[in-house]
Ligand binder design. Structure first.
Ligand code: COA
Length: 376
């Protein structure tokens, strides 16, 4: 080690490694996955195509997509023992804890858990991609005391998730809005949960352990948990005509308002215009304009007062609510999408690894002698 560098708190503004997976460009409020603009992917591809792109660096051709989809569909069901475990979960526990425990169980059932070769990791990735929605949907059914609905191979990734949760596939507009949200949530460079997965991977631990860590990091309201907090906030305000006053009061009391601000984007989140468009479509579809009216009032007041822009969680929260999902399942949906980015980063870290091990500056008491118990 040559020089010791003091990094800013929260590693703000620090580049810790190279990546080819995605590029966040705050100066132009843009985001690309392997060079493709995220809003183009959202409009012109399916989530399955993006899931392929994330770990292969190229969009699939028809044959490659068929092969990828066939594997994903084949892996959707989960082991009987995981089903039994879900039935034992406390119904009132948070669904992110269901998911973290479910993924941990999948790891214990995989006899290749220690095999971090790229071939095996690619297979583990498709398994996780396929099984996480099943764990999330079964957990939802368990939490409301209903029987599980098994995955259906003839349905797309998003259609199958709706079917496993609600026993039916909604209108195309709803499925498309959901698919778009997954594409937008798929990847975002070295955010807190992705960095967590890379730290765990850097110790040469296994993919399941890294994903459990990622789920733990994403759960926090300063990160993925914000989409749930946005909807709790909107429900608390309840009336769009009260939104401005609510925001002024929150700012006067120096509250952090969920769904606003971003470590990297300072003048707008690249993903918000697309998600806003699809949240608006959900309002048109449901005929319920209340949440998007409130969205406008909160956004405008925040911009006027503080110049702080909404992040992706702000339109995603009401969009998921209008699709019929319970609020505490919003962050598990985020996991269903971000598993793609996490696994791509896990494989990238594995391919060119050095253990991530920073230093700390000690600010505790000076070195001292241990006195025997009777003298203390
Ligand atoms: N509500 C109110 N004020 C906010 C704010 C918010 N959501 N986000 C940032 N600010 C203010 C801070 O209070 C700070 O003001 P100050 O300089 O007067 O102290 C300034 O903007 C800079 O914010 P800071 O907390 O230093 O930014 P950060 O990069 O450390 O944190 C977030 C980024 C995302 C964690 C932060 O904006 C936040 O907590 N947002 C709400 C949670 C959220 O939506 N998370 C999802 C992220 S995608």
């Amino acid at each position: 080690m040559s020089e010791i560098i003091r990094a800013p708190k929260g590693l703000a503004g620090v580049i810790t490694d190279d990546t080819t997976i995605s590029k966040v460009m705050p100066s132009t409020n843009s985001l690309t996955y392997s060079g493709y603009a995220v809003q183009d992917l959202a409009e012109h591809t399916s989530f399955e195509e993006v899931a392929y792109l994330m770990v292969n660096g190229e969009l699939p051709n028809a044959e490659q997509l068929d092969e990828f989809n066939a594997k994903e569909k084949q892996y959707r069901s989960i082991h009987e023992d995981v089903k039994k475990a879900i039935r034992l979960f406390p119904k009132e526990a948070h669904p992110m804890d269901f998911l973290r425990t479910g993924v941990s169980f999948l790891g214990m059932l995989d006899d290749r858990v220690w095999d971090n070769s790229s071939e095996t990791n690619m297979d583990k990735y498709i398994r996780l991609l396929a099984k996480i929605p099943t764990i999330a949907a079964y957990s939802y059914r368990h939490s409301i005391g209903e029987d599980f609905i098994d995955p259906v191979a003839s349905l797309s990734f998003s259609e199958n998730f709706f079917n496993m949760c609600f026993g039916q596939v909604p209108a195309e507009a709803v499925v498309k809005a959901f698919d778009v949200s997954l594409i937008l949530y798929a990847e975002h460079s070295f955010n807190a949960s992705t960095f967590t997965t890379r730290v765990i991977t850097s110790t040469t631990s296994d993919m399941y352990s890294a994903i459990c860590g990622g789920i733990g990091a994403l759960k926090g309201p300063l990160h993925g948990g914000a989409n749930e907090m946005v909807m709790h906030m909107m429900k608390e305000i309840d009336d769009p005509s009260k939104a401005k006053e609510w925001m002024l009061d929150a700012l006067a009391n120096k509250k952090k308002v969920m769904g606003f601000g971003h470590r990297v984007y300072r003048s707008g989140d690249s993903r918000v215009p697309t998600m806003h468009k699809y949240a608006q479509k959900m309002a048109e579809y449901t005929g319920e304009t209340k949440w998007m009216d409130m969205y406008e009032a909160l956004k405008n007041t925040m911009l006027e007062e503080k110049g702080i822009y909404p992040n992706l969680d702000f339109p995603a929260g009401p969009a998921y609510y209008m699709m019929g999902f319970p609020i505490d399942f919003f962050t598990p949906i985020f996991v269903m999408a971000r598993i793609t980015g996490w696994c791509a980063h896990i494989m990238e870290q594995t391919a060119n690894n050095r253990i991530i091990r920073p230093l700390s500056a000690y600010t505790g008491v000076a070195q001292r002698e241990v006195r025997p118990l009777e003298q203390r």
